[in-house]
Write a protein that binds this ligand. Sequence first.
Ligand code: ADP
Length: 475
Amino acid sequence: MEIRRTQCLIDGEWIGKGETPVLNPASGEEIAHVPHMGGEETVRAIAAASKAFKTWSRSLAKERSAILRRWFDLIVENADELAAILTEEQGKPLTEAKGEILYAASFVEFYAEEAKRIYGETIPSPFKDGRIIVLREPIGVVAAITPWNFPAAMITRKVAPAFAAGCTAVVKPAPDTPLTAFALASLAQEAGLPAGVLNVISGDAVAIGNALCASDDVRALTFTGSTPIGKLLIKQCADTVKQMGLELGGNAPFIVFDDADIDAAVQGAMASKFRNAGQTCVCANRIYVQAGVYDEFAEKLTAEVNKMVVGPGAEEGVTQGPLINDAAVQKVEGLVKDALDKGASVATGGGRHQLGGRFFQPTVLTDVTTAMAVTRDEIFGPVAPLYKFEKDEDAVEMANATEFGLASYFYSRDIGRIWRVAEALEYGMVSINSGILSTEVAPFGGVKESGTGREGSRHGIDEFTELKYMLMSGI
Ligand code: ADP
């Protein structure tokens, strides 16, 4: 079956002509042209989703579950092809792309199972002649706006729970990575998802965003992306009072205490910092190392970073691909320059890679201080800044000194310290002695300006359902 599609999906039809180029970030080549849709097409997609909601929301949970399960099977069967498309438009190494496809599939599998368990409740009544029942109903049409760093997983993590609950969706993928979205939609269609349940449109982000936010029929908006756009969407959704799920920016601290297993901490830092060339919202952004183990950690981390192989993601053996676009390279370059100007030292890397284009050297900076911009800004690139600290309280205070609160990491083997620090960190997620924490079975999400709501786990269904309290009286 052909999953390399370059058209949009509205009401079960593939439509639109190729207008906007999609680039391969490794080579700068145009790999496809996709439609440039706007407000009018968005309104059509919402109408299709509203119509489909009438029947989909009344289908049996078991029927929805079976379709999701078939979609999961098809994603797994086509994982190699999907990974190839993902790497081509996004740049990450093929093995990572394959990992993302299986991670994306895991949400579809999980919510295929969860669809059958969206329970309501009964509550002991305070009224002699009354009984209290709570129904959990699908909220309606869902709008999903997704980023380019996880072109597959950010879509399934949103739409799989929405479909499980009985909702329908209009998805706007990032302009850099529409092909993965179309390929997934193609497989959903093949799995038997009825027309209009999933609509995918590429084009003018502002026009599509405006139409989605302004619509009375769209009852929930789920967004993963930058904090400024998230704030804009909150404002735009105020007039129609939508349910909102927001996964916004992060500024993850990664703390290494002096009792840590240093080799394990180095492996964790590699996984957390350099996955997707540092372009994830849970990537370690600030690495705080206790004075007694600072030199050892810096040396060992630098040795590991020096083993990384930079190149096009499709090439065998490559462990770090290009950054997504030129603006990303300039931003990372600017952050490194700012740190060096203010006294940081380069342990390895430090600038653009000799391959040119969008390739950046995996970099370790030492002697980093909180006066440098890397402390505040989400780096979104392969740069590991190392800060030195003395007391536990100092590390926690520095870790919390940000408006963000998504992921945090620390390494220690002292059980008392582990509890004290885990409780003191103002983050939605705390990873102890591990550099990777994402899984479909746990609630992913942030506090403070990192967002609202949780994705994955049974909690991921919440934003797509409403509670209806029924009082049955006169008994
Ligand atoms: P990033 O910096 O990761 O690209 P963005 O927040 O800019 O993050 O993008 C995330 C998603 O939000 C993308 O799909 C993008 O097209 C979309 N987007 C950007 N601006 C708007 C907007 N004004 N309205 C709706 N969606 C938008």
